[in-house]
Design a protein around this ligand. Structure first.
Ligand code: FES
Length: 113
């Protein structure tokens, strides 16, 4: 993720989860927990994504199962161009039940290509 302003350019590395809900589709979820921002991990033994900080758990499609997170994992805009998966990084407001981006951009059309 590269961010620019009038004086600087900064590159950050972010973690995402790339899922294949169907053979001809992919879905991308941010690994940032929607509760307070820890890194969500896949737990194969539980068949779920889980957050190590406060034990929120999410289904394989990112839907909330239980824990203090008030919504499911956040989907990111994705497209496939010439066989390459391209993901647009978006930051979401932590702790809220409804999904909102930190910059107020719309969240429609995100998550699946
Ligand atoms: S930060 Fe993930 S459950 Fe609290």
């Amino acid at each position: 993720v590269t961010a620019r302003d009038g004086w600087t350019e900064r590159t950050d590395v972010q973690t995402v989860w790339v899922l294949r809900p169907q053979e001809d589709a992919i879905q991308v979820l941010t690994a940032i927990c929607p509760h307070l921002g820890c890194s969500v991990q896949w737990k194969a033994a539980r068949g779920a994504f889980a957050c190590p900080c406060h034990d929120s758990e999410f289904a394989p499609d990112g839907a909330r199962r239980h824990g203090p997170a008030r919504r499911g994992m956040d989907p990111l805009p994705v497209r496939i161009t010439h066989g390459e998966v391209q993901v647009r990084w978006v930051e979401f407001v932590a702790g809220a039940a409804e999904r909102r981006t930190t910059d107020g951009s719309p969240v429609d059309g995100q998550g699946t290509a």
